[in-house]
Design a protein around this ligand. Structure first.
Ligand SMILES: *Cc1c(COP(=O)(O)O)cnc(C)c1O
Length: 459
């Protein structure tokens, strides 16, 4: 008999979580104005709001915490982090920041000017924010495949080289760099192939443009290259990440994802001019160059986390869990963005709640239903998140309306996955009775989904 798959770790410390009653949850979600960001975390049983900063550190990382060097300048923890990043990426220059968006802020302060155009694949919200906030344009050149949730292709996060080339021809001097997000978070945690990274590099070279990788989930991307792309079966994850980063000039990193720390980020680059140009902004916004907004202990934990999470077994355990949840959803016929992404599953809400009109926010309604059903907190990535059109002030119903179930790293067991799937099945089984959604009673002008207040619509 073949031995079944099992996790590549065992558990040394546990944190109790508490189930609640449906009556309690009815009360709590009402008090939260039907916005799961407003819930108290202690009132959540299984928390799938995000995989960012929610991972479980290893015993080695915790040991690193105790050995942190908190010197203001020149801490050994910084040099340990820098040496690890150099080894994994080949980038010589490293600037630590307190998280990913801070890395964007520091680097883009140097690189992005008013009127610029930055092409890429589905820029992440904060990346877009840091571009648009400088009165520049984030131009999406993702492959069209990404828009069809049921299409099963291996590298749905790719950049469309034709769209990219057209953008560079059109905007020429206005393009300071190309940014490739690996994995493509916004398109559902979908990976970008090595071949596509090479195509992007070729187009960039043709027009003499640099390339930045937004690298929050670069290790998960390398895992997908190893398991899905021809010629990479026998390479190690570390060999693949080196090969990936050889195709870029620099990177921004949210270490809260594949670095498996609760807080942290960095910029790394091979370009001395970028380092010299950006370092002043690090001092201005983040802190001195050898800590940039991080504690010494956290830089130690990050160095160890990066090393561990670029090992195949650790990534296999993680992605296997996401795929296991996907297999249960398949069994129950619940539609999600296919194939399963690296860090999350995205449920196609309008395909589940077919009676809830788009004006009543199907994905938010499904998010509420899942919480009421079992105390599970997902996150709407849909019409609420899309905000209003800045000119017409109409809701933007053009994109996808998804319920994201983000899986924290090394936190929940497959039994929790089974609970999540069963809870979704229960909602799915009574979908015909769910005929109404929610309406907005208060919203902020921008980034409304964090603070929006809603009420349920009843007959
Ligand atoms: C999370 C994330 C960011 C921003 O990082 P923070 O650490 O949350 O500031 C940027 N890009 C991508 C792709 C991300 O997933």
């Amino acid at each position: 008999m073949n031995l079944p798959f099992a996790e590549s770790w065992k558990i040394k410390m546990v944190e109790p979580i508490r189930r609640s009653t449906r009556e309690e949850r009815e009360q709590w979600i009402k008090e939260a104005h039907y916005n799961v960001f407003q819930l108290k975390a202690e009132n959540v049983y299984i928390d799938l709001l995000t995989d960012s900063g929610t991972g479980a550190m290893s015993d080695r990382q915790w040991a690193g915490v105790m050995l942190g060097d908190e010197s203001y300048a020149g801490a050994t923890s910084f040099f340990k982090l820098k040496e690890t990043i150099q080894r994994l990426t080949g980038f010589e220059y490293v600037i630590p920041t307190h998280q990913g968006r801070a890395a964007e802020n520091v680097l883009f302060s140097y690189l992005v000017k008013e009127g610029d155009v930055v092409p890429g694949n589905s820029h992440f919200d904060t990346t877009k924010g840091h571009i648009e906030g400088r009165k520049a344009v984030a131009l999406d050149c993702t492959v069209d495949d990404a828009k069809d949730t049921q299409l099963e292709v291996p590298f749905k996060g790719n950049v469309d080289p034709k769209k990219l080339e057209a953008a560079l021809e059109k905007y020429g001097d206005k393009v300071p760099f190309i940014i490739v997000t690996i994995t493509n978070n916004t398109a559902g945690g979908q990976p970008v192939s090595m071949q596509n990274l090479r195509e992007v590099r070729a187009v960039a070279d043709k027009f003499g443009k640099p390339v930045i990788f937004d690298s929050a989930r670069f290790a998960e991307n390398a895992y997908f290259i190893k398991t899905r792309e021809k010629g990479y079966e026998n390479k190690t994850i570390k060999e693949i990440t080196r090969e990936m980063f050889e195709l870029a000039d620099g990177m921004t990193m949210s270490a809260k994802k594949d670095g498996i720390v609760n807080m942290g980020g960095f910029i790394a680059t091979r370009r001395q001019d970028w380092y010299e140009g950006a370092k002043g902004y690090c001092v201005q916004f983040e802190g001195y160059l050898t800590y940039g907004g991080m504690n010494g202990r956290d830089m130690n934990a990050l160095a160890i986390g990066l090393d561990e999470n670029t090992e195949f077994d650790n990534l296999q355990t993680r992605i296997h869990q996401v795929e296991y949840l996907a297999s249960l959803l398949d069994e129950y016929h619940i539609p999600y963005q296919r194939p399963a992404g690296g860090h999350a599953l995205f449920i196609d809400a309008p395909k589940v709640l077919t009676h809830v009109p788009k004006e009543e926010f199907p994905a938010q309604t499904l998010t509420i239903e899942l919480y009421l059903e079992a105390g599970i907190r997902g996150c709407e990535i849909g019409y609420l998140l899309a905000d209003r059109d800045p000119v017409t002030r109409e809701n933007r119903f053009g994109g996808l309306d998804l319920l994201r179930l983000a899986i924290p790293r090394r936190v929940y067991t497959d039994n929790h996955m089974a609970v999540i799937a069963a809870a979704l099945k229960n909602v799915y089984d009574r979908r015909e009775q769910i005929t109404h959604g929610v309406r907005i009673t208060w919203e902020a002008a921008l980034m409304r989904h964090f603070t929006v207040q809603l009420e349920r619509i009843t007959d």
